[in-house]
Ligand binder design. Structure first.
Ligand code: ADP
Ligand code: MG
Length: 329
């Protein structure tokens, strides 16, 4: 009867949009008492929106956005998608004066090639992504006449600091955005920060209810993110996670350590995530749950896949495992 009940359990899971890798997983699911939740893409929509571009003194917001977008179009990160997807706002006429400002402002964002196909005006070479930190690439502006090439970096302030970029002129704008619960990334070239891109990522409509249910089932929710503390706390407040259960500004390779620390303290840890940077933590946790909307790497590392990409499936999985195993005993 035992294997049959387990198979019924996994079958019922499939109907609910919960894919279970093997029947034995239900036992692990039943035993967890702590749920570590990745923020971006798991609790939040993971569809960030660019809400502001704040240029450094003497810089042009349009150019900051255009060059950042040129590099970010090669990245899959939610931050990157937001920056690359939003069309740069044209520079107001008063900012177009100056030696080369006029030229830059007239520059279109797309050029039409000889074959009539729209091609990006900026060509990017030597693209590099540094997980949890930022991206860089050499951007050549095709029709600037001069073929000007600049190494453009876009990423978190601390990462730019580490590389010797001058960031003092944008530090206040970053701090203000983060205190307001936003995510702020900095664009830089030629050794200087040129502007701040401010993004917001709304909480998914079902996340708050799902976290309340997890709590009602006796589990302790923990929010884990590479994002800044201000943004993490704003999300935590929205979904009802206590401030002491927020772990922010965690590097991708440190997510595993957070899970291990909780395990060392006696917790049985479930981890819910969607990103490449969550994969190791999903594998380390006693139970890994991947968002079906997430990356393949996360899905492969996890024990359970929440096909709908909806956090509400997490308490459903816990309830299902408890019910199934109660039948067996
Ligand atoms: P999370 O754990 O919330 O999914 P990540 O670890 O992927 O976040 O990223 C942490 C931070 O690193 C981001 O909030 C951002 O500041 C920076 N970052 C990561 N990827 C990029 C990128 N492509 N462009 C700019 N900044 C990035
Ligand atoms: Mg994520």
């Amino acid at each position: 009867a035992t294997p049959t009940a387990l198979l019924v359990g996994t079958g019922r899971g499939a109907q609910l949009g919960i894919l279970i890798k093997g029947p034995e997983i239900l036992e692990q699911t039943r035993r967890v008492d702590t749920v570590v939740l990745d923020k971006t893409g798991t609790v939040t929509a993971g569809r960030m929106a660019l809400v502001d571009v704040v240029p450094a003194p003497g810089e042009d917001a349009h150019e900051v956005h255009r060059l950042a977008a040129a590099v970010e179009q090669l990245s899959e990160h939610p931050v990157a998608r937001a920056i690359a997807a939003t069309p740069p706002t044209p520079t107001p006429a008063r900012e177009q004066s100056g030696s080369d400002g006029g030229q830059a402002a007239v520059t279109a964002d797309v050029a039409v090639g000889a074959d009539g196909v729209a091609i990006g005006a900026d060509e990017v070479r030597e693209f590099r992504a540094d997980a949890g930190r930022g991206v860089s690439g050499v951007v050549r502006t095709a029709h600037s006449g001069l073929g000007l090439a600049r190494r453009v970096l876009v990423g978190r302030l601390g990462w730019l600091d580490e590389q010797g970029v001058r960031t003092d002129e944008v530090a206040d704008a970053v701090a203000a955005a983060e205190a307001d619960g936003a995510t702020a990334v900095v664009a830089a070239w030629d050794g200087r920060a040129r502007g701040v891109l401010v993004l917001r990522d709304p909480v998914k409509p079902t996340s708050t209810g799902a976290i309340a249910e997890l709590r009602a089932l006796g589990l302790r929710p923990v929010l884990l993110t590479g994002d800044n503390r201000g943004a993490a706390l704003a999300t935590a407040r929205t979904v009802g996670i206590a401030e002491q259960d927020v772990v922010a500004q965690v590097m991708p390779d440190e997510k595993v350590a957070v899970v291990e620390r909780l395990q060392a303290g006696g917790a049985r840890v479930a981890m819910v995530g969607d990103g490449v940077n969550d994969a190791a933590a999903l594998a380390t946790a006693d139970l890994g749950l991947a968002m079906g909307t997430g990356t393949d790497v996360a899905i492969e590392a996890a024990d359970l896949t929440l096909v709908r990409g909806d956090l509400a499936s997490a308490p459903q999985a816990i309830r299902l495992s408890r019910r199934t195993l109660r039948i067996i005993r």
